[in-house]
Design a protein around this ligand. Structure first.
Ligand SMILES: C[S@@+](CC[C@H](N)C(=O)[O-])C[C@H]1O[C@@H](n2cnc3c(N)ncnc32)[C@H](O)[C@@H]1O
Length: 260
């Protein structure tokens, strides 16, 4: 399928930052405070538009954000400047498959990789990423992954999420629909995104954008394998409210890995 618009535009469309951060803030606050270091340094891997790091900086924490998208990093820098947190955060354009190369000599106490990013990588790539994140972590530090728990959809062949309706810059209407479909013996998911964008306010014409992305179905065992190898402590949750993880029911798979 032809890809007509870039990842970053899709990502911006799908996130409602105010409500998302309001929901996530208590979880992050608790996890960061639980790390016994007054100078806690944070690394956000695939930081997107930097919204989490800006929130952490407002709480007083210094951090680094890395993302492969120049567009997202430019938006992150802009957001940080607007919030006067630019003295506390460094943003880097870089590939998370080469994390150590971009962050040579640096160490962190809290490393996050959230927003389902880890699900786009192959098993070999995931091992490479995890090992580098772990090397960059101080003893006593924590790594957080958050991915979608697609196993809660095992009984459906295909399904869709509630459509998103937005107003664009010139007040034109934008409708976005996400349709999900199982692939390859339920080891993978295909996501089709269709976006209908009005050509201008009051116009009768709509432009149709379409995109297809594939995700691996990540399970708790994948994370257990990583942590067993390095003898770290693994905690699993089903969401940011710390509900107990249930493979059949939980919306998300949230993992906290603590370095001993
Ligand atoms: C769904 S967004 C999640 C962003 C953010 N963590 C969040 O929770 O909203 C996925 C992000 O991963 C970034 N990304 C994809 N592949 C990457 C790679 N190889 N290295 C670094 N970032 C990558 C994209 O540019 C995008 O910003």
């Amino acid at each position: 399928m032809e890809i007509e618009w870039k990842n970053e535009i899709l990502y911006q469309d799908l996130v409602k930052w105010d409500s998302r951060l309001k929901y996530e803030a208590p979880f992050f606050n608790e996890i960061i405070k639980s790390i016994d270091n007054p100078e806690t340094r944070i690394l956000d891997v695939s930081c997107g538009t930097g919204d989490h790091l800006v929130m952490f900086a407002k709480w007083g924490y210094r951090g680094v954000g890395i993302d492969i998208s120049e567009h997202n990093i430019a938006a992150a820098e802009e957001l940080s400047k607007r919030n006067k947190t630019d003295g506390k955060i460094k943003f880097i354009i870089g590939d998370m498959l080469k994390l150590e190369e971009s962050l040579e000599g640096e160490k962190f106490d809290f490393i996050s990789c959230i927003g389902n990013t880890f699900s786009i990588f192959t098993p070999e790539e995931r091992t490479l990423i995890f090992n580098q994140m772990y090397n960059l972590l101080n003893v006593g530090g924590k790594i957080l992954f958050q991915v979608v728990n697609y196993l809660s959809h095992t009984n459906e062949t295909e399904w869709f999420y509630k459509p998103i309706i937005l107003r664009g810059n010139s007040d034109e209407i934008q409708y976005t629909v996400r349709i999900m479909e199982w692939k390859e013996l339920k080891e993978k998911i295909t996501m089709y995104v269709l976006k209908a964008q009005q050509e201008g306010e009051k116009s009768e014409n709509f432009i149709l954008h379409k995109k297809r992305t594939e995700f691996y179905v990540l399970k708790s065992n994948h994370f257990k394998e990583f942590t067993d190898k390095v003898n770290a402590v693994l905690s699993l949750f089903g969401d940011y409210e710390k509900t107990e993880f249930n493979e059949k029911m939980s919306k998300d798979l949230v993992t906290i890995i603590t370095k001993k």
